[in-house]
Unconditional design. Structure first.
Length: 304
């Protein structure tokens, strides 16, 4: 009986293929616009693992098993108002789920602008996101990925970062360091879940705006990071989810992005739910809202 149990468990593990493969640093030597300091990363482990004060940005890699591998990939940006990262809640839990369904997943531990070691705090998250996509693209053959099916997904402020990457992939956020930085940072699709999109007053999430841009950002800076204003005909297909009773991040963020995508004839799918609030992740036991991950998966699998 014991041997049978071990065999079944081994087979399930092989088929699911959702174990973390490894963690790799984004930067080999010099981390852009970061000075040496005594700051240390902080990890608070409760039901939601909260990471703050990130000093060494990384990606956690979750590759699908050989039998399930669709060769599609997604870079996941956890939310947390640009103050913390909801690491498991909006990161590793989803990476495991995607890998179990044949989609390779990478969880981004990005630097947060509140760190005193940063010389250009507002650029650090984008720098890390651009570098992460480039690293994934560089290793596509090694990891059995399709280099033209690498997307980004983000929750809340992580959704702002994901949409910033999707609209600012050509923005020179840092000076090129090596051959990796010559590759495109463009995500082939975006999944934005109850995202912060705009930095405009009356629409934005005030905490995310303050943490990213400071107390008194210029209009130029506000407009630059209001991603509904940055969409072009080259923007990638986008999947959007939000709830109308979200009191943290107004649903108008998603509506503005959706309308801007339509104006540029970008393929997009949006799901607006009457209830749910904010920060529900998988929305377990939340009735029809619980369907959104499968809807995203089906949308993703049908992308050309």
């Amino acid at each position: 009986m014991t041997k049978y149990f071990i065999l079944v468990a081994t087979m399930c593990f092989t088929l699911v293929g959702n174990a973390q493969n490894k963690t790799i640093p984004l930067w080999k030597k010099n981390i852009p616009d970061q000075k040496k300091s005594s700051e240390k990363e902080i990890i608070e482990e409760t039901n939601i693992i909260r990471i703050s004060n990130v000093q060494k940005p990384t990606i956690d890699i979750y590759l699908a098993s050989k039998k399930l591998n669709t060769k599609k990939s997604v870079l996941i940006c956890p939310g947390g108002g640009y103050g913390i990262l909801a690491w498991n809640h909006e990161g590793t839990n989803f990476a495991k789920w995607f890998a179990s369904k044949g989609i390779n997943a990478f969880v981004l531990k990005y630097r947060l602008p509140g760190s005193k070691s940063l010389t250009k705090p507002h650029l650090a998250p984008l720098q890390d996101a651009q570098r992460a996509i480039r690293i994934i693209r560089k290793n596509a053959k090694k990891w059995k990925l399709d280099e033209n099916q690498i997307g980004v997904m983000g929750f809340s402020a992580g959704g702002h970062l994901a949409s910033t990457l999707g609209t600012h992939y050509n923005f020179e956020a840092y000076k090129k360091q090596d051959k990796i930085d010559k590759l495109s940072a463009k995500p082939n699709f975006m999944g934005l879940i109850y995202p912060v999109i705009s930095m405009q007053d009356g629409v934005t999430h005030k905490g995310s705006k303050k943490n990213l841009l400071g107390k008194t950002p210029s209009k130029k800076m506000v407009d630059l990071f209001s991603n509904e204003l940055q969409i072009t005909e080259e923007t990638s297909p986008t999947f959007l989810v939000h709830s109308t009773n979200d009191k943290a991040v107004p649903v108008k963020n998603t509506m503005l992005f959706f309308e801007a995508l339509l104006q540029k004839n970008i393929k997009t799918e949006m799901h607006i739910y009457p209830l749910g609030g904010h920060g529900y992740a998988f929305a377990k036991d939340m009735k029809q809202l619980e369907q959104w991950p499968e809807l995203f998966y089906n949308w993703l699998m049908n992308l050309e």
